[in-house]
Design a protein around this ligand. Structure first.
Ligand code: MRU
Length: 338
């Protein structure tokens, strides 16, 4: 089993996703600022995984702190790491609620309970993903290829995965599936992480570059697309890794179902539509350089949005741990959260 993130005696230990698949190394964080750096630099990435990391960061920070002012500072530092995935803010808020409930209790008790809560969030995430898998497995056609974008697997969560969880559950149910993984420029989550994960599970995986998706969606080989999500607005608009929108449009054009798999904590009912979702802009070097080697001319102007928003009209269904939502999403998602 892949251990994405764990609380150990030595600290919060994460598999270093910047190094995979060439090196399987682990980073140990002993201080909350190290957790914040790990999230920012994508040592750990994926919406549910950074939620777990933020919760552990809060608990870790409070092992050496006491006051509400210090608590707020820890939360603010962790919240400033990445803006798009709502799971990060959801997890920090859950830790804040617990901290507030514990006001007046002895500090050793507060520290112990924050640590237990963070570990609980990790365990719940794995269980939630298994439920998402069970709920989504029926949607996956037997004997076909499934296209996925980015990495929404065990590495993007505490374990099992959302989109890859659906694929894992379908395979466990006896379906014969092979996966096409978009390489997912510029961070290469598909090439480096999704293929690595699927190979470890003996699930047949084929790597394609992002610009090949349309060709294969038109070919009739792809039975459906399954992706994860970083934030889903009340109307069903989905923020996910940059390039997801293009895949969704191409899927609809070719009558291929486009499914999104995500936990309820990814739903942001406060936002009416995807237009309100903040999109992270990352460093130009991710685009101009490949593994430290400059591939674009010096001084090249660059845009590097890390996510895009897929309008809900392209989304065939949203699979959650509480069930499968279908259009109209305003209604079906509201029912799932209430
Ligand atoms: O920038 P990343 O790698 O954190 O982006 C990850 C994604 O876009 C995933 O598809 C999403 O977080 C869902 S992970 C279960």
């Amino acid at each position: 089993m892949i251990e994405t993130i764990q609380w150990t005696e030595a600290g919060v230990v994460m598999i270093d996703q910047t190094k995979l698949p060439r090196e399987e190394t682990y980073v140990t964080c002993t201080d909350y600022t190290q957790v914040a750096d790990a999230i920012r630099t994508m040592v750990i990435r994926g919406a549910p995984a950074i939620g777990v990391a933020a919760a552990m960061g809060v608990a870790l920070g409070m092992q050496h702190a006491e006051s509400p002012r210090e608590f707020d500072e820890i939360c603010a530092t962790l919240a400033s790491t990445r803006p798009t995935a709502v799971n990060l803010f959801w997890a920090i808020e859950r830790m804040r609620r617990l901290y507030q409930e514990l006001q007046g209790r002895p500090i050793p008790e507060i520290r112990a309970k924050l640590k237990t809560e963070a570990q609980q969030i990790r365990l719940e995430d794995i269980a939630i993903n298994e439920c998402i898998g069970k709920n989504g497995a029926a949607l996956i056609p037997d004997g076909k290829t499934v296209l996925t974008h980015c990495n929404a697997g065990a590495l993007a969560t505490a374990g099992y995965g959302t989109a890859l969880g659906v694929i894992r559950a379908a395979v466990a149910a006896g379906k014969k599936i092979d996966v096409f993984a978009d390489e997912t420029r510029p961070f290469l989550q598909g090439a480096r992480l999704t293929v690595w994960e699927l190979q470890r599970d003996d699930i047949p995986a084929t790597l394609i570059t992002d610009n090949m998706a349309g060709h294969f969606l038109h070919s009739g080989r792809i039975g459906c697309v399954v992706v994860g999500a970083d934030r889903i607005a009340a109307n069903g608009d989905v923020a996910n890794k940059i390039g997801t929108y293009s895949v969704a449009v191409l899927a609809k054009e070719n009558n291929v179902p486009f499914y999104v798999a995500a936990p309820i904590s990814t739903l942001d009912q406060k936002l009416a539509s995807g237009d309100e979702i903040p999109i992270e802009q990352r460093a130009a070097e991710e685009v101009t350089h490949l593994f430290g080697v400059q591939v674009a001319p010096l001084g090249t102007a660059v845009e590097n949005p890390a996510f895009d928003v897929t309008p809900h009209r392209y989304v065939s269904a949203i699979v959650t741990e509480r069930g499968v939502a279908r259009p109209p999403y305003l209604e079906s998602l509201r029912k799932l959260v209430s």
